[in-house]
Write a protein that binds this ligand. Structure first.
Ligand code: SF4
Length: 83
């Protein structure tokens, strides 16, 4: 797959990959999950970041749509943390 710079997974991947990631997001317990508004803000920050390629953060290798949903996760770019 050719990388899509600054694309979230929902924009870049095949539907089954996106669905699989969102299934995992849905299984995160509420106590470990950020509110929807925080989730949207995090993904907006990722969508303007040069480290995002086809939904994957090149700093950590995670699908950001999964990582951003976790309350205890942070943006891994220590030099310019966006969330
Ligand atoms: S470095 Fe931070 S803002 Fe950039 S894609 Fe990774 S998690 Fe998102």
């Amino acid at each position: 797959m050719r990388g899509c710079k600054r694309c979230l997974l929902r924009e870049a991947a095949e539907d089954d990959t996106y669905a699989s990631v969102m299934e995992k997001v849905a299984k995160i317990p509420d106590a470990d999950r950020v509110p929807d508004e925080v989730y949207r803000k995090r993904l907006t920050a990722c969508a303007s970041c040069d480290h995002l390629i086809s939904g994957v953060c090149m700093k950590c290798g995670c699908y950001v749509e999964f990582r951003a949903a976790h309350r205890r996760m942070k943006c891994p770019d220590a030099a310019a943390r966006r969330w």
